[in-house]
Design a protein around this ligand. Structure first.
Ligand SMILES: Cc1cc2nc3c(=O)[nH]c(=O)nc-3n(C[C@H](O)[C@H](O)[C@H](O)COP(=O)(O)OP(=O)(O)OC[C@H]3O[C@@H](n4cnc5c(N)ncnc54)[C@H](O)[C@@H]3O)c2cc1C
Ligand code: FES
Length: 276
């Protein structure tokens, strides 16, 4: 697909997930593109609001159902505000998919530990659905997710459904709790102590605030998980999405092309630093 070409897509559905966060189901206007468009879990699209600008947004939907193209978007600034004003039936532009997603074929046979925080669960949803469609191909699955408050918990029904898969644990944590919260109170990394991890056969998929990954990955490494088996999905400002403009540079990498999913051993020294 021409990476510069912007394809028109219509909003089929818009669903409120939390304060200022909505999930949009999109459908390409071009029927041929609807049939041929494919993505892998963890990739992103550039979403373009005509006359306003473009933003990178992860694809949330199941890669085995490419006809459903879902994006969960939090209002952050100019472009995401313009997206939030769009309604069902309105159109926007899409370029993509871009980037490298989760290495789901390479980690077949492994136990999977998913560690996410806040909206960081969005890029991992497709990976979890992929794994559960091929349940026998993976070992134990442990999904650990943290939020700031119970109101920030997205995809509540998905977390409930994932709990029912065999050999699967779903653990939730919230920094602050209210009466409705039945799970851990504290940060997501505290959940590491509640799960058994066999480090030699574990792959970790991590996504959330960079500080969570920067503090969380070393705890898992201390428990024996190799840094090369910890995969993090990273965010930087992006413009072209295809490795040309340099906006997303991190050390020797362009995150739009080499990432956004990278193994921790390759990026650890750049996390928490600006201007590298
Ligand atoms: C690979 C990738 C996947 C992403 N997936 C999602 C997603 O699934 N859902 C979602 O809501 N957002 C996602 N984002 C973040 C999203 O792209 C930004 O929120 C968006 O670009 C902000 O644009 P804006 O014009 O609305 O805000 P701006 O007016 O550009 O910025 C508003 C504020 O947000 C800050 N900001 C902008 N971009 C980023 C960024 N990448 N990281 C940290 N701070 C930023 C700016 O510095 C400013 O303070 C993703 C980013 C990347 C790189
Ligand atoms: S966004 Fe242009 S090089 Fe990555």
């Amino acid at each position: 697909m021409n990476p510069y070409a912007i394809h028109t897509a219509m909003i089929l559905d818009k669903r409120r997930e939390a304060e200022a966060i909505d999930t949009y189901r999109l459908e390409f206007a071009d029927p041929a593109l609807r049939r041929t468009y494919r993505f892998s879990a963890g990739q992103f699209n550039m979403l373009y609001v005509f006359g306003v600008g473009e933003v990178p947004i992860s694809i949330v939907s199941d890669p085995d159902e490419p006809e459903h193209l879902d994006h969960t978007i939090r209002v952050a600034g100019r472009v995401t505000n313009a997206i939030a004003r769009l309604q069902v039936g309105d159109s926007l532009g899409i370029r993509g998919p871009f980037g490298r997603g989760w290495p789901l074929e390479a980690i077949r046979g492994k136990d999977i530990v998913v560690v996410t925080g806040g909206l960081g669960c969005a890029p991992v949803v497709g990976a979890i659905e992929y794994i559960f469609r091929r349940r026998g191909a993976y070992g134990a699955v442990k999904i650990l997710h943290g939020v700031k408050t119970p109101h920030d918990l997205l995809y509540r029904e998905r977390f409930d459904a994932w709990r029912h898969h065999s050999d699967t644990e779903v653990l939730l944590a919230s920094d602050q709790a209210d009466k409705s919260w039945q799970y851990h109170v504290g940060v997501v990394t505290e959940l590491f102590h509640q799960v058994r991890i066999d480090p030699a056969r574990t792959a970790v998929l991590m996504c959330g605030p960079e500080i969570m990954m920067r503090l969380g990955a070393p705890i898992l490494i201390e428990r024996g998980v190799p840094a090369s088996a910890i995969y993090v999905s990273l965010e930087r400002h992006m413009d072209c999405g295809i490795g040309l403009c340099g906006h997303c540079q991190m050390g020797p990498y362009f995150l739009c092309k080499d990432g956004p999913v990278m193994s921790y051993d390759r990026v650890a020294r750049f996390l928490g630093q600006t201007g590298v």
